[in-house]
Design a protein around this ligand. Structure first.
Ligand SMILES: Cc1ncc(COP(=O)(O)O)c(C=O)c1O
Length: 395
């Protein structure tokens, strides 16, 4: 390992760029079939619609949307979002919604105002890698709540809350990253009941809400426990990730400090992007574009699941997502996903070994995450045939 520069802060010791570096590297190799990233399909972006919206916004609002704006966000977009999340059972005023530079900066803002070095916080095991990296950067002690096919296990959450002074629990209840699992309705009610009874706080990260390919939408945790949940949404999967727009709805004391903390970071999300997103939602474009995105991903997911069922070696199991972007694969004891990754990369197929998604580096060595949204169906089939051989050879 390279010697650390003496000027680097202690917190950089917890920053491990390797998994993300590998992932991004893989996307740039010509001919690579990448199931590694969490990227939407490029052909899902409504390029012409967005061109028209930006033109309209510049024509009608001119310099106003090129000027600095307020940290809370572009007021018409906040009003549009307050209306937009109502179907998720979230009743809030426009003033309670703040726009962020992607959901990612809202994860950072919540962590910054809640975590002192050494504080305990809880996550599902496994969980979103980039969120783990935020919690590590704030030098938190990350405690695992176990999960299964129905999502986080409420009894284990209760155990963790009993055993540690947890500041907050970070949960992705719907189409979780990395597993694709969804917290069942029964468990949502139970988790909300635990939060309310104990006066505990959760961050509900919900960037995949709209990407449902089967089954009925479930109420958000926020709808069951509004005072105990900081809710995070994203426009990355239904508008454009490059626009960098997310939003947060937090109980008042947290909302105020999250916003203040962002004044020292990004000041506000891009004003022009916010104005275009406002038109996108208000003008009915999101509603019009979403069905084709959902249709595209539904058939890619079906192709991936069917192909996996045909080709996964014995002893391997997959998750059964109803939406989102990821399928999770678990191998038998002794299977080494990092070894399989090397083998697959040499044949131009990429995925992320599952260990990266656990706070405890010794876990998840026999697991991996596959993305199904970026790659067309013929390439999914071709890539999975190669993957199956790599899995078998890494047993
Ligand atoms: C669970 C989760 N949260 C947050 C994000 C970040 O979203 P955004 O692009 O809005 O920053 C992602 C993106 O992949 C994600 O999977």
């Amino acid at each position: 390992m390279a010697k650390r520069h003496p000027l680097l802060a202690d917190r950089t010791e917890t920053m491990n760029p390797s998994a993300i570096r590998e992932l991004l590297k893989s996307l740039n190799v010509p001919g690579m079939i990448s199931g590694a990233g969490g990227f939407p399909a490029a052909d899902s972006f409504p390029v012409e619609v967005i061109r028209g919206l930006i033109d309209k916004v510049l024509r009608e609002k001119g310099a106003a949307v090129l000027q600095y704006g307020i940290t809370e966000g572009y007021p018409p977009l906040r009003a549009a979002l307050a209306e937009y999340v109502r179907e998720r059972g979230i009743c809030c005023s426009p003033e309670e919604v703040c726009v962020s530079t992607g959901a990612q900066t809202a994860i950072d803002a919540a962590s910054k105002i809640l975590l002192d070095p050494g504080d305990c916080m809880a996550v599902e095991a496994p969980t979103f890698l980039a969120a783990l990296n935020v919690f590590r950067a704030y030098q938190a002690r990350i405690i695992a709540v176990e999960s299964d096919e129905e999502g986080a296990i409420p009894e284990d959450l209760e155990r963790v809350l009993d055993a540690y002074p947890i500041k907050f629990t970070y949960l992705i209840p719907t189409f979780q990253n990395p597993t694709g699992r969804t917290l069942s309705r029964r468990r949502r009610e139970k988790v909300a009941e635990i939060l309310v009874r104990r006066g505990a706080l959760a961050v509900e990260d919900d960037p995949y809400y709209e990407l449902r390919y089967r089954g009925e939408a479930l109420p958000t945790l926020k709808s069951f426990a509004p005072d105990n949940v900081i809710y995070l949404g994203s426009l990355s999967k239904v508008f454009s990730p490059g626009m960098r727009l997310g939003y947060y709805i937090a109980p008042p004391p947290f909302q105020e400090f999250m916003t203040t903390s962002r004044q020292a970071v990004d000041v506000h999300a891009g004003h022009l992007a916010q104005a275009a997103a406002d038109e996108y939602i208000r003008g009915g474009h999101l509603k019009a574009c979403l069905p084709s995105i959902v249709e595209l991903y539904r058939s890619r997911l079906e192709t991936m699941l069917k192909t996996l069922d045909d080709c996964l070696p014995e002893g391997f199991a997959r998750s059964n997502p109803d939406g989102g972007m990821f399928v999770w694969i678990s191998g038998p004891a002794g299977f080494d996903a990092v070894k399989a990754q090397r083998e697959a990369l040499s044949k131009k197929v990429a995925f992320v070994p599952g260990g990266a998604f656990f706070a405890d580096a010794s876990r998840g060595g026999n697991t991996l995450r596959l993305n199904f949204t970026l790659v067309p169906e013929d390439k999914i089939r071709e890539g999975l045939a190669i993957l199956a051989e790599a899995l078998a050879s890494a047993l």
